[in-house]
Design a protein around this ligand. Structure first.
Ligand SMILES: N[C@@H](CCC(=O)N[C@@H](CS)C(=O)NCC(=O)O)C(=O)O
Length: 221
């Protein structure tokens, strides 16, 4: 059976977890605590970069969440989480990449603030909020009047963007100016896959001290 190494609060692993649930693929969830267990030799043998998620499929392991999503799509094509029409496929890929390359880094100062670090530099926060607004306008423009970025089909665009955009209201970024996106997100949050993988506020609170340690280590390189 497939094994997903994850952490309950990680957006990077949540996208894989949701794809597995949406595709109804049987899998075993292996939770890491990220308090050093990711640095143990057994885990480093799976991922020398000590990151979750990792997908283990018998003797083959896949690292990097987007690569794992592609692996699952190729191995379990039904229900499809990628469209075939060229323009729709490009839209889905754009949403995935813009989320990972533009939105995710821009959210870092807000994540630090949420995790209880001392006040972030005001200029940095302003830059971050501007970049987030640019991403949200872009996503709003790609939704047209459909339920999903690919029209009627839930795709990796939702799986990737929907697991990050859902944090924004809790970080003080309102979606009121983006009515299509707000509606899109509220539909996603009603799905069993989103509900099952949503960390509780108590869990998030309890994880904050450890998140600060991890983020400090990451910023030291
Ligand atoms: N680009 C990677 C990022 C993975 C990543 O940064 N994982 C973090 C948790 S969200 C992690 O495992 N951190 C532990 C560490 O760096 O030791 C992906 O998309 O899979």
């Amino acid at each position: 059976m497939l094994k997903l190494y994850h952490h309950p609060i990680s957006g990077n692993s949540r996208r894989v977890w949701i794809a597995l649930l949406e595709k109804q693929i049987p899998f075993e969830l292996v939770s890491l605590s990220l308090d050093g267990d990711q640095l143990q030799p057994e885990f480093l043998a799976l991922n020398p970069f000590h990151h979750i998620p990792v997908l283990e499929d018998e003797d083959f392991s896949v690292v990097e969440s987007l690569a794992i999503l592609d692996y699952l799509e190729a191995k379990y094509p039904t229900p499809a989480l990628l469209p075939t029409d060229t323009k729709t496929l490009a839209t889905v890929r754009m949403v995935e990449m813009v989320t990972v390359n533009e939105l995710q880094p821009a959210m870092n100062p807000l994540v630090r603030q949420m995790m209880g670090f001392a006040e972030e530099d005001a200029e940095k926060m302003e830059r971050s909020r501007k970049q987030i607004a640019t991403v949200l306008s872009f996503l709003e423009s790609k939704l047209n009047n459909s339920l999903y970025f690919a029209g009627e089909q839930l795709t990796l665009a939702e799986v990737v963007a929907g697991t990050l955009v859902c944090w924004l209201p809790n970080m003080g970024v309102s979606l009121e100016e983006y009515p299509k996106l707000k509606n899109w997100l509220s539909g996603l949050m009603q799905r069993p896959s989103w509900q099952e993988t949503q960390p509780t506020p108590e869990y998030i609170e309890a994880f904050k001290p450890q998140a600060r340690k991890l983020m400090e280590k990451q910023s030291q390189g």
